[in-house]
Design a protein. Structure first.
Length: 160
C-alpha cells in the first residue's frame, strides 16, 4: 500500500484551518464580530469574559494551527513507511472527528429548534449554527479525511 495525498483537499484543509484559527485569534483579541452567532453560554462568556476565558480562546487557535501542521507534514516524502501510516491514520481520524463534531452539533441544535431538546441559543444563533458553523466543521472534516488516500501496489502498476 502506498499513501498518497490529494492536493485539492490538503490545501483546502490548510486554508480552512488557518482561517478557523484566525477567527479564534480575532475573538481572543477581543473582537466580537460573529460571536453572537455562537449563542448561548459562549456568547455570554464573550461579553463578560471570566479570568482564563481569553487564554482558552488563544489556546484553541493554537491547537487549530496544529491541524494545519499535520496536513503540511503530509507533503514531506517520508522514507519511513511507519511515519506515513501514522500520519495517514491521524489525518483520517481527525477528519472523522471534525465531521462528527459538526454533524452531532447540527443534529442536537436541529432537535432543539424542533422542540425536542432545550438549548438556550436563541433564533439568531440557531440559524447561524445550522446554516454556517456546524456545516463548516463538517466541510473541514471532509477536507482532512480526503487529504490522504491509500493506493494498492496493483493499482499503481496498472496506471503505468
Amino acid at each position: 500500500m502506498k499513501i498518497q495525498t490529494d492536493g485539492r483537499f490538503l490545501y483546502a484543509g490548510v486554508i480552512w484551518t488557518v482561517i478557523f484559527a484566525g477567527i479564534s485569534f480575532y475573538w481572543a483579541s477581543g473582537g466580537m464580530i460573529g460571536a453572537r452567532s455562537l449563542g448561548g453560554s459562549i456568547y455570554r462568556l464573550a461579553l463578560h469574559p471570566p479570568p482564563g476565558f481569553t487564554a482558552m480562546i488563544w489556546t484553541t487557535g493554537v491547537i487549530k494551527l496544529f491541524g494545519a501542521l499535520l496536513l503540511m507534514l503530509l507533503l514531506i516524502k517520508w522514507r519511513n513507511p511507519a511515519i506515513r501510516k501514522v500520519l495517514y491514520l491521524i489525518t483520517r481520524f481527525s477528519g472523522l472527528l471534525l465531521f462528527l463534531y459538526g454533524l452531532l452539533n447540527f443534529t442536537t441544535i436541529s432537535l432543539s429548534a424542533a422542540g425536542f431538546l432545550n438549548f438556550a441559543l436563541g433564533e439568531y444563533a440557531t440559524f447561524w449554527r445550522l446554516a454556517f458553523w456546524e456545516p463548516l466543521w463538517m466541510i473541514g472534516g471532509i477536507f482532512y479525511f480526503f487529504a490522504v488516500k491509500k493506493k494498492s501496489n496493483r493499482s499503481l502498476e496498472a496506471a503505468d
